[in-house]
Design a protein around this ligand. Structure first.
Ligand code: NAD
Ligand code: ZN
Ligand code: ZN
Length: 360
């Protein structure tokens, strides 16, 4: 019989886990592997709450395995390093995003695109090479191969930098790849949540013109004044949408639920690109005529590779870019998930794991 999560590895660990698709999280005792020669052990101080965590704990994508300890925007301090570890020493600030493994030999891995490796291993809801289940960042410690660990510049506050490791890289990577990493272009950002607000910040740092496209007029003032967007478009206002037709070089769509793409395609100029990063559970309808009439492209992008993630964090350090966070205690996490489901957060919850994680 296989060993229990608490006994399968030598290092004791505690976290909060969902046990079923209700997604309700509660204390959970498990274990982590011994720190190997290439491994870094991180004492987790903060972990962001991504909408993907919510999709996962509630089994929206029909791929969840329980018990599940979510969390993939992890920031903390290195407490142990293996003998081959060159990137980190004990006491360094370190972080971890969506992946803890990849094959390291396929074409994707050779191009620093571990995020597209067919054999990559997610930080949680996945199985490691040794056959044991991975548990994520709502926990006290984690053991990771140094290749998947990111360094933080000293000037960034850890709690506000943690969301860079998913929300940040998920918008930075497609912006660079699809030609929005330099000044001059006009990019629309749909959905002003965790990903969306990071897209506004990176977009302004790249020198883009940014228009936030939102269903909710209540976000306008903040988008313009606090986040620095150039304009704000209410997608439910037909006059505003009509006036914006054919004005955007690209749109980054971060929306977590199904919605119509047709009005968005209309906003694009000829050769415009609609880049999907939101991950609703149902397929979209893609109307073809708006694509033909203007040679438009609908594309997608998933997080980013490790090299680019480090580049993004270093760029964020130089430009002082972090997430706007609401730091909450571990025992608030179920309320935070409810609020995230309703869009009641500006703009990222981060759990203060280091000070508030308790398991009785
Ligand atoms: N591509 C990737 O690699 C990747 C990485 C991280 C997250 N995601 C996905 O991106 C999505 C957004 O994640 P997040 O953490 O920013 O979530 P979030 O909840 O912080 O933001 C989502 C935004 O979408 C808005 N929204 C929700 N339903 C809407 C609707 N029907 N019409 C218009 N706007 C709507 C919300 O108000 C909110 O502003 C999720 O589906 C998540 O799973 C994808
Ligand atoms: Zn995420
Ligand atoms: Zn690979």
């Amino acid at each position: 019989m296989s060993k229990s999560p608490e006994e399968e590895h030598p290092q004791k660990a505690v976290g909060w886990a969902a046990r079923d698709p209700s997604g309700f999280l509660s204390p959970f005792k498990f274990s982590r592997r011994a720190n190997g020669d290439n491994d870094v052990t991180i004492r987790i101080l903060y972990c962001g709450i991504c909408h993907s965590d919510l999709h996962c704990i509630r089994n929206d994508w029909a791929s969840s395995v329980y018990p599940m300890v979510p969390g993939h925007e992890i920031a903390g301090v290195v407490t142990e390093v293996g003998c081959y570890v060159t990137k980190f020493k004990v006491g360094d600030k370190a972080g971890l995003g969506c992946f803890v493994g990849s094959c390291r030999s396929c074409d994707n891995c050779a191009q620093d695109l571990e995020n597209y490796c067919q054999k990559n291993i997610l930080t949680y809801n996945s199985v490691y090479y040794d056959g044991s289940v991975n548990y994520g960042g709502f926990s006290d410690i984690i053991v990771v191969d140094q290749h998947f660990v990111i360094s933080f510049p000293d000037n960034l506050l850890l709690e506000a930098a943690a969301p860079l490791l998913c929300a940040g890289i998920t918008v930075y990577s497609p912006m660079k790849y699809f030609g929005f990493g330099e000044p001059g272009k006009h990019l629309g950002v749909v959905g002003l949540g965790g990903l969306g607000h990071m897209a506004v910040k990176f977009g302004k740092a790249f020198g883009l013109k940014i228009t936030v496209i939102s269903t909710s007029a209540s976000k306008e003032k903040e988008a313009l004044e606090r986040l620095g967007a150039d304009s704000f478009l209410i997608s439910r206002d037909p006059d505003q949408m009509q006036a914006a037709i054919g004005t955007m070089d690209g749109i980054l769509d971060t929306v977590s639920a199904n919605h119509s793409l047709q009005p968005l395609l209309g906003l694009l100029k000829t050769n415009g690109k609609l880049i999907m990063v939101g991950a609703p559970d149902k397929p979209f309808e893609v109307p073809v005529f708006p694509l033909l009439m203007g040679r438009k492209l609908v594309a997608g992008s998933g997080t980013g590779g490790l090299k680019e993630t480090q580049e993004m964090v270093d760029f964020a350090g130089k430009h002082n870019i972090t997430a706007d966070v609401e730091v909450v205690s571990m025992d608030y996490v179920n309320t935070a998930m409810e609020r995230l489901a309703k869009g009641d957060i500006k703009y990222r919850f981060v759990v203060d794991v280091g000070n508030t994680l308790t398991v009785s």
